[in-house]
Design a protein around this ligand. Structure first.
Ligand SMILES: [Zn+2]
Ligand SMILES: [Zn+2]
Length: 242
């Protein structure tokens, strides 16, 4: 589903674009590049993350292999392939932000650092389903307008939209408005169960506390090889797992 040779080639090209002048630009500003696609470097996209030089050399770029954080040099029980701005619509990669940040492979800590930072800054509304740590291989955010194209069942789309449309309430852990509904696996073990989605109590949380709940869930998963995770975008949507 995610092995799109074209995409990887493109990321490979992106890896090579380390023009120093670009670092002064805000990482995700829309830039009218004089020629070629807009690009964002690894340093701009992932400040503070250190990557293995061997995963960023010319051979890795030529093969389109994603850069790996330095901790993946040792065996890690948890690894995530992060494609922050890419959504797969009927198997086809679709960019949800320009320039799209390059795909990277991260250990648990590096992944959670990037994930938490972005999640906390997301001002939209969302529902996040706790993944089944023993069987999931993808965890991604789909915004409401992309529900159908991303392959969500019509009754599941309707259930999630109804939950998203509810009145905003305060966060259960602070007084900020709750923009997220965190639904445990006990409440909704099967994402095809629209009835369970409609009736799950869930936890109403602000972005900070939802990020915390999600990171805690990821920290309790003993091992995982997530081959596709993205970051939230748009005005509202849901984090789903497969
Ligand atoms: Zn790492
Ligand atoms: Zn809160």
């Amino acid at each position: 589903m995610i092995s799109e040779a074209g995409e990887r080639d493109k990321y490979g090209v992106e890896c090579m674009s380390g023009a120093p002048g670009r670092s002064r630009l805000a990482a995700f500003d829309i830039i009218a590049a004089p020629k070629g696609p807009m690009r964002v470097t690894h340093e701009e996209a992932y400040p503070g993350i250190r990557f293995l030089p061997s995963s960023m050399n010319w051979w890795a770029r030529l093969k389109g292999v994603p850069a790996e954080c330095i901790h993946l040099e040792d065996d890690q029980a948890f690894m995530a392939s992060l494609l922050p701005d890419t959504l797969y619509l009927r198997g086809k990669a679709a960019k949800r932000r320009e320039p799209a940040r390059p795909e990277v492979s991260l250990c648990r800590n590096c992944f959670l650092n990037v994930f938490r930072r972005e999640f906390e800054g997301f001002t939209g509304r969302g529902i996040a389903f706790e993944p089944d740590g023993s069987s999931f291989s993808q965890y991604f955010f789909v915004s409401v307008p992309d529900f159908a194209a991303a392959g969500l069942l019509p009754e599941v789309q309707a259930a999630i939209e109804r939950r998203l449309a509810g009145e905003s309430e305060p966060c259960e852990q602070c007084s900020f408005p709750a923009t997220w509904l965190w639904i445990s696996r006990e409440e909704v073990p099967d994402l095809g169960d629209a009835h369970a989605i409609l009736h799950a109590a869930g936890k109403k949380l602000c972005a900070i506390h939802a990020a915390r709940a999600m990171c805690e869930a990821f920290e309790t998963i003993p091992e995982a090889n997530l081959y596709y995770v993205n970051l939230p975008y748009g005005e509202s949507g849901a984090y789903v797992w497969f």
